[in-house]
Design a protein around this ligand. Structure first.
Ligand code: SAM
Length: 473
């Protein structure tokens, strides 16, 4: 039997099958133990998080009243740590060449239906200009795994191109990277290229299912994939984003695995994941989500998001356009801190007039433009933020977390959100969005804690009106 050890660097020790099974058994035995549920909720109210065991008991508990308490608490924790800001980003697909055989992904090597495409640097430039013209400042670059077509040098070239383009008042100020698990040396190169977060979804924590779902290609190696974040940290990347592709395996197993992964990163590196993503399997070219029999109800999906918020209060949570506007609205309230908007999931999709479908990685369920998403968020009481300040100010890893824990966010993230929103309103917004946004900024300035900061923000807002850009705290 393999022993559970969150401090181990071996995948099967820190994501330990026996420990997960035991956790689920414990959760089943205690799901009606309201005394225990109450004590876990009490601990959660201290805002210091929960262990995978504790959170799994809450996930198993189906008492309506207690679930309401979980939702209320998640909402409150979200407000306390993230205020009403929502950070905006867009994915940028660089290449759909892939040598893997992932059963859920249309980019799998055997799929002959889709044209294979890899952006040239000239095409990257066109995509970035289109994204800048929408108002985006933060991207997540995406690529299939293919050492010949998409070697690390290609990814690095693309990052360089992206950062170099200054079109009108536009700029991409943070590039997050979602590429396959790689070596410490390559992670070091990504770090040197100035990336924000390195994102890698585990897909499933269940080893057997993982191996079945990734039958061929380098991604088949469960241990190499699962240990990727430790190599990324070794390579100097201290902001890492983890996630599960919900629908592939049983959600309770995945939920426990996800939290164990977060605990492992905290135990070994002193800093947990910067973000957690909660994608669900979607229809795509030759992929039918119904082929996977672990699909998750909207209700359970929301409960998972709420419990992630409670269990890891300082970790950002990301939701993509895989979800409909209705689900996005609900789940944002429960704890999501970052969303994509105006996304196109095909290689070269942004430079096209119409949304192309031929190389799409998955069907998008929220087809609104970025302006529409920003407008909608503000009407719902949120501040869409285009802030990229933290990593540019060296606030990564535990330095970001300590800022969060010290409650300094209100004097830092909040003004940065207002100033970057102002840039968006000046440069890219429709007249209606601009009107709502100006009113929102005026109202939200009062929520800045320190008088001095308030004063500086007012001055800078005038400077933005006069054409200056890129202020930050
Ligand atoms: N190829 C990279 C890798 O191996 O990690 C990552 C890039 S891939 C474009 C980003 C993520 O999209 C994958 O990690 C997977 O979770 C998700 N994905 C793949 N197929 C999907 C589908 N049919 N529906 C929803 N998400 C999908």
């Amino acid at each position: 039997m393999i022993k559970y050890d969150p401090k181990s660097l071996k995948a099967e020790e820190f994501i330990n099958d026996e420990e997960i099974k035991d956790t689920l058994k414990y959760a089943d035995e205690n799901k009606d133990n309201l005394e225990l549920v109450d004590s876990i909720l009490k601990k959660a109210r201290e805002r210091k998080g929960l262990s995978h065991r504790e959170a799994s008991v809450l996930l198993a508990c189906d008492n309506k009243e207690k679930i309401e308490e979980m939702y209320d608490l998640a909402e409150q924790i979200k407000k306390d740590f993230y205020g009403n800001r929502i950070v905006m980003f867009a994915p940028l697909y660089l290449s759909n060449y892939c040598v893997n055989g992932c059963l859920y992904c249309p980019y799998h090597q055997k799929n002959k239906n889709i044209p294979r495409k890899k952006l040239t640097q000239e095409e990257v430039k066109k995509e970035v200009i289109a994204l800048q013209d929408m108002g985006h400042k933060r991207l997540a670059i995406e690529a299939g795994e293919d050492p010949v077509n998409n070697p690390i040098e290609y990814i690095l070239d693309c990052i360089k191109t992206i950062y170099s383009i200054k079109h009108k008042n536009g700029a991409i100020r943070r590039v997050n990277v979602n590429i396959a698990a790689t070596t410490v040396e390559n992670y070091r190169k990504l770090k040197e290229a100035g990336i924000g977060t390195y994102i890698l979804f585990q897909e499933t924590y269940h080893k057997e299912s993982y191996e079945y779902l990734h039958p061929t290609g380098p991604k088949h190696d469960y241990n190499y994939h699962t240990e990727a974040m430790d190599r990324a940290m070794e390579g100097g990347i201290d902001d890492v984003g983890i996630g599960v592709l919900f629908g592939l395996d049983k959600y309770r197993y995945e939920f426990a695995g996800l939290l164990m992964h977060a605990e492992h990163l905290e135990a070994v590196h002193g800093v947990g994941p910067h973000t957690i993503s909660v994608p669900r399997v979607k229809r795509a070219d030759d992929i039918d989500p119904n082929d996977f029999d672990n699909s998750l109800s909207d209700e359970m999906f929301c409960k998972i998001a709420a419990l992630i918020r409670i269990a890891v209060p300082y970790t950002g949570m990301i939701i993509s356009t895989r979800e409909t506007p209705e689900i996005r609205e609900k789940i944002i309230r429960l704890g999501v801190s970052q969303i994509s908007g105006g996304s196109r999931t095909s290689v070269g999709g942004y430079a096209e007039e119409e949304r192309p479908h031929d190389t799409e990685q998955f069907d998008v369920s929220d087809n609104r433009t970025l302006d529409e998403v920003v407008n909608w968020l503000m009407r719902a009481g949120y501040i869409p933020s285009f802030c990229t300040a933290c990593y540019r100010e060296g606030r990564t890893g535990d330095r970001f977390m300590s800022l969060c824990k010290a409650g300094e966010i209100q004097n830092c993230c909040h003004p940065n959100a207002l100033m970057t929103l102002k840039e968006f309103l000046m440069d890219y917004a429709s007249s209606d969005t601009r009107k709502i946004g100006e009113e929102l900024i005026e109202k939200e300035i009062d929520n800045i804690g320190k008088e001095k900061v308030k004063e500086i923000v007012r001055e800078r807002l005038v400077k933005i009106e006069n054409g200056e850009r890129d202020f930050r705290f």
